[in-house]
Write a protein that binds this ligand. Structure first.
Ligand SMILES: Nc1nc2c(c(=O)[nH]1)N[C@@H](CN(C=O)c1ccc(C(=O)N[C@@H](CCC(=O)O)C(=O)O)cc1)CN2
Length: 283
């Protein structure tokens, strides 16, 4: 029977630290605040926003929502983002993506000050991850993966890690973080040959392809630690991961569930970033 690596204990530990830190910042008369920028009312944006706000409330982290109509012009939206960015009472900015196609994300992302860029939108933030510079904010999902592994005392040093995702949001920054932890990495993508063979040589496999239950037991060895980053519609009104959890859980050393795994830790990392941003800005 595999060890089930649940997100809840990791989230609770992170939240306990956050409550303490937020309370001490508030004693100085500063209210750590996350600014959320939303264009329109897409149901997935609103659902994620509600979940973020609920989580922030649970640690006494203030949120402020800046919602604009879906027909906002690029000029007006640029002004909104600049205003939020310049607002000294907002310490971190979360902007829902994708934006409507008439808003140029490649121009907008540069407007967010790296000191407030808690969701790693500005390429400067990503560059810091690749440079090994510790004062920027890395994307939350790869940080959640590392947090999950460390919390569960899973050794990274010298381990063979296969990452099945090569995006700038997950696979590549996660690869850099693994190298920082002295792991040996293989980053796989759609042209990788014989994926089951490559994955089944790994000590740790991270799946993030966005395909419902794609990975069965043929992808993993019996001592593998499987971290499932996929969030997919399960076809029955719920969500499921990229890994066929029921087939795999008996056959590996450890596995994360979906829901209740890495996804939950992602939001806790986002809140941690806001508090770090607040401390940076008040220094
Ligand atoms: N429209 C948008 N939706 C989402 C965004 C976004 O920017 N725009 N960001 C992601 C962040 N994320 C992964 O990258 C993520 C955050 C939180 C969770 C999560 O809490 N998952 C839970 C429960 C999910 C559920 O029941 O709906 C879990 O896995 O147990 C997942 C992913 C989110 N969406």
């Amino acid at each position: 029977m595999a060890m089930i690596l649940k997100g809840k204990p990791v989230v609770e530990a992170l939240k306990e630290d956050l409550r303490r830190e937020i309370s001490s910042i508030r004693e100085e008369g500063i209210v750590p605040t996350l600014g959320i920028i939303r264009v329109g009312n897409r149901p997935d944006d609103v659902a994620y926003e509600n979940s973020v706000i609920k989580n922030c409330k649970s640690v006494d982290l203030h949120t402020e929502v800046f919602d604009v109509g879906v027909d906002i012009t690029m000029e007006d939206f640029t002004a909104v983002v600049k205003d939020v960015n310049a607002n000294a009472n907002i310490h971190g900015i979360l902007m829902f993506r994708p934006l409507p196609s008439h808003l140029d994300i490649n121009a907008i992302k540069h407007l967010i000050d790296p000191q407030k860029d808690i969701d790693c939108m500005n390429p400067m933030s990503l560059a810091k991850v690749f440079e090994g510079c510790k004062d920027g904010f890395a994307p939350c999902t790869p940080k959640a993966v590392i947090e999950m592994l460390k919390f569960n005392d899973i050794p990274l040093r010298g381990g063979n890690v296969v990452i099945i995702n090569s995006s700038l949001v997950v696979g590549r920054p996660l690869g850099m973080m693994m190298i920082d932890n002295k792991a040996t990495i293989t980053i796989c993508h759609s042209a990788t040959k014989n994926l089951p063979e490559v994955a089944s040589r790994a000590d740790i496999v991270i799946t993030a392809v966005g395909r419902r239950r794609m990975f069965d037991e043929s992808y993993f060895n019996k001592d593998a630690v499987v971290i499932d980053v996929g969030i997919n519609d399960d076809g029955e009104g719920g969500i499921c991961g990229d890994v066929d959890y029921h087939k795999v859980q008996e056959k590996v050393k450890a596995i994360t569930p979906v829901p209740g795994g890495v996804g939950t830790v992602t939001t806790a990392i986002l809140m941690k970033h806001v508090v770090e941003a607040c401390k940076l800005q008040k220094a």
